[in-house]
Ligand binder design. Sequence first.
Ligand SMILES: Nc1ncnc2c1ncn2[C@@H]1O[C@H](COP(=O)(O)OP(=O)(O)O)[C@@H](O)[C@H]1O
Ligand SMILES: [Mg+2]
Length: 282
Amino acid sequence: MLRRASAVGKVGARVGATLTLGNEFEGKTMQQAVSPVLAVDGLCKTYGDHSAVEQVSCTVGRNEIVGLLGPNGAGKTTIISMVLGVLEPTAGSIRIEGIPLAEDRAGALACTNFAAVYAPLPGNLTVYQNLRIFGMLYGVSDLQERIDALLAQYELARFHDTKCGVLSSGEQTRVSLAKAMLNSPRLLLLDEPTASLDPSAADDIRHRIRDFASRGTCGVLWTSHNMYEVEAVCDRVLFLSRGRILLEGNPKTLPREHGKPNLEELFITLTREPLALGRGKA
Ligand SMILES: Nc1ncnc2c1ncn2[C@@H]1O[C@H](COP(=O)(O)OP(=O)(O)O)[C@@H](O)[C@H]1O
Ligand SMILES: [Mg+2]
């Protein structure tokens, strides 16, 4: 059976049920453990008469990597920009760690960070200078220790005094991830983090993200056009087309559920004939 946008509602219902459980126990730890890191409800963004994002509702759970898939122009970056608070939604709500972004922007964004190729770090600053400046902007305590730990974790110590602009794409992505980790985010947004990387560098980044998501209580929202990568990394995917969620599910089982041999074929069909597939199987 095709799991269309209605399936997202079911996910929301499940989350609602677990939230009720949390309220019953009145324990903050329990509440935090069961509530989603990110909850988006009825999100819309219109430009004139063009709907870039239309009634998108979704969640990102703890230790979960959710893939946001869809052709160019589907609305992925618009959604990420709204979650980051850099773009005002036309309608809908965004909660990060239960904090409504519209009401407590600083509180919601304090536990969020992101990395994207279109937002490179200033190239004329060294790796250390970039981490120091962003760490100060985020108000990170024990900043020097945090930077030292991240330089070691992301194998960047030898680039301490190297300007970011001269680093390779893979190295720059590692610096962007280190920067994104400075404030120990619980929600990590990644917009095509491996787009310009060679297979080995991309594999390294995937392992780092999986490692990040498996620890603590963090969640990741990730966009990629590499379906091999999506299948390997994501616990759940959302297919977007023209600003709407068409499908949602496990990337390993979704293709078979819709009679497709793999995720790439499903992606191509959904991109070329979104309405035909939706009507035929709904
Ligand atoms: N500032 C803007 N003004 C008008 N249309 C925009 C603007 N920003 C994005 N769009 C449109 O919104 C749609 C979604 O864009 P985007 O979120 O960048 O897609 P994706 O990241 O999935 O490739 C596209 O049709 C794009 O042209
Ligand atoms: Mg985009």
